[in-house]
Design a protein around this ligand. Structure first.
Ligand code: DC
Length: 222
């Protein structure tokens, strides 16, 4: 029997960095489900369809050839057909498109099967918004990884400033709060902690401390 660990939480809590490091240390496969929603967002934009236009997004799922692969470091890659789109899905435009397509029930249904199949055969640490509540309700360990909106905005602000982008902290904070609201209030698979999840708050922790805390929390349970 394979072991599944579900990690959910809001955007910007450091989920992917922390989960990836924990997976490496524990010898689990890291699955980033947000990247799948992002790839669908990219595909929809490329086809000239608005990401919230359900009627025209749904038929695109029939022609989308989405698959996951691993590079030689074991990192997840997302492919559309033969094209590796892993780098292209990290723009603000694709983030917004991902957020919109993720509210379409048929999109969630399409990815649900893919995500469950992965957890059947491999020991996975899967990160997303609805992993503990919907995708893997029987996961061995469920973590809700979060940090205050102000701290998440500060981290994002510092990241953008380091890239030389001029943004105001207030704008970043507003975006963080808007995405939280969208993710938590959509009718289908909203972001919320599973009843049996363990809350890990990284507001006061460094990245190293957060990784250590996550690994220790998981080790206690498996
Ligand atoms: O984690 P992320 O920022 O890469 O996710 C991109 C978008 O996909 C985000 O707006 C929420 C959505 N998402 C989701 O609805 N369910 C998941 N399991 C993962 C991501």
């Amino acid at each position: 029997m394979s072991i599944a660990i579900a990690i959910d939480g809001p955007a910007g809590a450091g989920k992917s960095t922390i989960a990836k490091a924990a997976a490496r240390s524990l010898g689990f496969i890291y699955v980033d489900t947000g990247a799948m929603y992002r790839s669908i967002g990219l595909f929809v934009l490329r086809n000239g369809v608005a990401p919230d236009d359900r009627e025209n997004v749904v038929p695109l799922l029939k022609v989308l050839k989405l698959s996951l692969a691993r590079n030689d470091k074991g990192e997840q890659l997302v492919l559309i057909g033969d094209e590796d789109v892993s780098g292209l899905i990290r723009t603000e435009q694709v983030s917004m498109a991902a957020s919109k397509v993720s509210a379409i029930p048929e999109v969630r249904e399409y990815l649900l099967g893919v995500q469950r199949d992965m957890a059947k055969t491999e020991n996975v640490i899967m990160d997303g918004r609805d992993i503990g509540t919907v995708v893997l309700p029987d996961a061995k360990v469920k973590i809700f990884l979060t940090a205050s909106a102000e701290i998440r905005a500060k981290r994002r602000f510092d990241e953008l400033a380091a890239k030389g982008e001029t943004v105001s902290y207030d704008d970043v904070l507003r975006d963080v709060k808007e995405r939280d609201f969208n993710d938590m209030n959509r009718p289908i698979a909203p972001l919320k902690p599973a009843e049996d999840s363990i809350l890990v708050d990284t507001s006061e922790l460094s990245l190293e401390e957060s990784i250590r805390l996550l690994i220790n929390t998981i080790k206690e349970k498996i």
